[in-house]
Design a protein around this ligand. Structure first.
Ligand SMILES: Nc1nc2c(ncn2[C@@H]2O[C@H](COP(=O)(O)OP(=O)(O)OP(=O)(O)O)[C@@H](O)[C@H]2O)c(=O)[nH]1
Length: 341
């Protein structure tokens, strides 16, 4: 059982009251659904799991808002024991007092069975709120949650809050931070990226999961959300261009020295472009569906030599990443969905 628990740390539980936006978040982040199309999503009635493979294998389990997880028929204890992060979604456009009471009750239980669980609260749908109201809502929700936890004698429990919406990049930014907390090697990755930027005229580097556009790591400089947006959009553009030309090269073979047909090596995703302000944006494919995206500021130096140095250092980084992955401690989580249904 112990081993099983260790292997299952990369499980995220997504919870919240009905219609707070859980399915929409999953569809937009993990299935590239357009935010407006979530208007027609039906209410979820059974737990569902998204498997998401990036540097770590991750499972995101959505628990429907209409279910009572504390009914005896659910093995809630096993469920909560097996998760690394509990993400609770609060609809900020709705009356949220019930949600806060529900959240406090869940934290009490989750913390009891799994004191190491990361508690993450998404103050969601903030696109409908004015800037002032956003700040007020955040303060109010944080304060009320604190009061509820104090009443339960849980004031020492760490809770992280994020303002999110599926209509901008805030949901990706929040999930990036949540996923990073589950990667045991995160500090090595950050060090490796710090090393890379120090020696390559790079001012910011992200290690992106190409499919979801979550970044699994970045260097230790603060993240500017606009810089993140530019990099995430560059991933999209690069993939679109890559797919545009894929059909011609797919399945192409050539004759080897002994006359046998050999498959051509797969094309590697790589792209470089110049932004309006003279900064170069650089993308290169790494391992396991990841891509490194970096902003390079030549600062008067020769652009070609900056790119050559970046190429060399990024290759070294990729080798480091391959070694890090070979020794990674996290394995695929055990599917527990069937037991819940
Ligand atoms: N304005 C706005 N609406 C959102 C956002 N996220 C989700 N919604 C809307 O919220 C409604 C409910 O979303 P769902 O994803 O179905 O909610 P749910 O939590 O999965 O609901 P249940 O399955 O009933 O538990 C949909 O109409 C979404 O379009 C957001 O960030 N902003």
């Amino acid at each position: 059982m112990d081993n099983q628990e260790d292997d299952s740390k990369a499980m995220i539980l997504l919870m919240g009251l009905r219609r707070c936006g859980k399915s929409s978040i999953c569809k937009v982040v993990f299935h590239n659904m357009q935010p407006l199309d979530t208007l027609y999503l039906e209410s979820t009635s059974n737990p569902s799991v998204e498997h998401f493979s990036t540097l770590i294998d991750l499972a995101v389990m959505e628990l429907p808002g209409q279910l009572n997880y504390f009914e005896p028929s659910y093995d809630s204890e096993r469920l909560f024991k097996n998760v690394g992060g509990l993400v609770y979604v609060i609809d900020s456009q709705d009356e949220y007092m019930n949600a806060i009471t529900n959240l406090a009750m869940i934290i009490e239980y989750a913390h009891k069975v799994n004191p190491k669980i990361n508690i993450e609260v998404l103050i969601h749908k903030v696109d409908g709120l004015s800037e002032d109201f956003k700040v007020d809502a955040q303060r109010d929700i944080m304060q009320r949650t604190g009061e509820e936890l104090l009443e339960l004698g849980l004031d020492g429990v760490q809770v992280s809050f994020y303002l999110t919406s599926i209509f901008d990049h805030s949901i990706y930014e929040a999930f990036s931070r949540i996923v990073q907390k589950l990667i045991p090697e995160i500090s090595y990755l950050e060090n490796m990226l710090d090393n890379l930027i120090q020696h390559s005229k790079i001012e910011k580097a992200f290690l992106f999961d190409i499919n979801s556009k979550i970044y699994v790591s970045t260097d230790s400089n603060p993240v500017d959300i606009q810089v993140y947006e530019v990099c995430a959009e560059f991933v999209d553009v690069t993939i679109d261009l890559f797919n545009l030309y894929k059909a011609q090269s797919a399945g192409v073979t050539s004759s080897g020295a002994d006359g046998k047909e050999v498959a051509k090596p797969q094309r590697e995703l790589k792209s470089v472009s110049e932004l309006g302000n003279g900064v170069m944006i650089y993308l290169k494919q790494m391992i396991r569906g990841l891509a490194l995206v970096a902003l390079i500021r030549p600062n008067g130096a020769d652009v070609d030599s900056c790119l050559t140095i970046a190429d060399y250092n990024v290759d070294t980084f990729k080798q480091g990443l391959t070694e890090l992955w070979a020794n990674a401690v996290i394995k695929r989580p055990e599917p527990v969905q069937e037991e819940l249904e």
